[in-house]
Design a protein around this ligand. Structure first.
Ligand SMILES: [Zn+2]
Ligand SMILES: [Zn+2]
Length: 399
């Protein structure tokens, strides 16, 4: 039996912060999280936050890679490199995300993720909670920076195989595609968070998708329909889009890439004000260029993925016009969201931890500092930079 104490920090709970907080973890599970006790229990390890912040580990439901590796490389080495990289940035639970690619590439990605998940120990980095089946079911006019040749419509013969792995926890499909309805039904049966993304869907298509279980939209304002894009697709009268559908529907959640490059502060603040912390997730959507020098990289598989440029701040398409995903970790998303919204710290942290955990059905085991959950704990300094990262009570080395 091993007891770890976390002391001397501001404790971030789901609904408040406690200035003098403390966590007691036993064998990697939180036994107590609350006000510091006058008498400390005997501990094997004591972690002193030195007046900083004790926050729950982050949960990233939309993430492509890091440290030069993309999950679509389809090797255990790539998966391991990316989960280690994201742990350095405070992510303790991760959903490796597919992109457009051949069925063989997606099979390889699932096999590699499964192998790493099965042999995983906390020191290796973020725990894999499931896969986000994101590509290949994008709308042809909303493929964005992803490889166009790897896009297709959903067919049961293909996706049934992916669902059978029991790895898929988040499932994306553009609502207007032929076969989307059957895809959503299959994803619903497998208890996935169902999301519509890379889509030019109308309100009517969203409404039908909602009835089939769709409850989330990928990266709000990026690669999704707007009143203007629907006018180009459907003419007049102008129609309501994914944007209105998400803002009008309290059961819909969404996510923002809060890297400071994709969306201006007022859009981040607007999304928070309209949806609230329980329906808005922070995601990194980061590519393999996270923690890598500026230069050209491939999005998706290292052999045939689309090239993009990492300019030191963000990914850009080679023509310089489009964005090609973030190159930042979740810690930066939290800092930018704090600055943009001026929301209370516990609300911003919630968007990076408990909200994504709730939406994907894993909040009983992680996402907040509460008794009975895994001791996924971050020691942050006052500027919200991760100093120490613990997964299941075990510290991740910085190397
Ligand atoms: Zn995308
Ligand atoms: Zn993405």
């Amino acid at each position: 039996m091993s007891v770890t104490l976390f002391i001397n920090g501001k404790l971030v709970l789901p609904d408040r912060t406690l200035d003098e907080g403390m966590i007691i973890a036993r064998d990697g599970i939180i036994e107590y999280a609350g006000k510091a006790k006058a008498r400390l229990p005997k501990a094997d390890v004591t972690v002193d936050a030195r007046g900083g912040i004790l926050a729950p580990g982050f949960v990233d439901i939309h993430v492509h890679g890091g440290d030069g590796a993309d999950f679509m490389d389809g090797t255990p080495e790539a998966v391991s490199a990316a989960i280690r990289c994201h742990a350095r940035h405070g992510t303790t639970t991760i959903f490796p995300t597919t992109t457009t690619g051949s069925p063989e590439q997606i099979d390889a990605m699932l096999a590699a993720t499964s192998a790493v998940k099965l042999a995983w120990t906390p020191q290796q980095g973020a725990r894999i909670a499931g896969v986000h089946l994101y590509g290949p079911y994008f709308a042809p006019d909303k493929v964005g920076c992803h490889r166009k040749e790897g896009r297709r419509d959903p067919l049961p013969a293909e996706y049934d195989r992916y669902f059978k792995t029991k790895l898929v926890g988040v499932a994306t499909c553009a609502a207007e595609l032929p076969g989307a309805e059957a895809f959503y039904k299959a994803a619903h049966k497998h208890r996935c968070l169902i999301t519509c993304g890379h889509s030019n869907a109308t309100w009517a298509e969203m409404d039908r998708a909602f009835r089939n279980g769709m409850r989330h939209v990928d990266h709000f304002w990026c690669a999704m329909s707007s009143v203007v894009s629907l006018r180009a697709r459907c003419g007049t009268p102008m129609q309501a889009s994914m944007e209105q559908f998400v803002l009008a529907n309290a059961d819909m959640s969404t996510e923002v890439i809060a890297d400071g490059c994709h969306l201006a502060d007022e859009l981040l603040a607007f999304a928070y004000r309209m949806k609230g912390a329980a329906r808005l997730c922070l995601v990194t959507d980061s590519s393999r260029a996270l923690d890598m020098p500026e230069g050209r990289y491939r999005f998706g598989n290292e052999g045939d993925g689309e090239w993009f440029l990492h300019d030191g701040q963000v990914g850009r398409t080679l023509d310089g016009v489009g964005l090609a995903s973030s190159t930042a970790g979740m810690d930066r998303m939290v800092r930018i969201m704090m600055k943009a919204t001026k929301a209370p710290l516990h609300e911003v942290i919630r968007m990076a931890s408990l909200t994504p955990a709730e939406r994907t059905g894993i909040a009983h085991e992680c996402g907040s500092l509460e008794r009975g959950k895994r001791a996924d704990v971050l020691v942050l300094d006052k500027k919200l930079k991760p100093q120490r990262v613990f997964v299941g009570g075990e510290e991740i080395s910085k190397a």
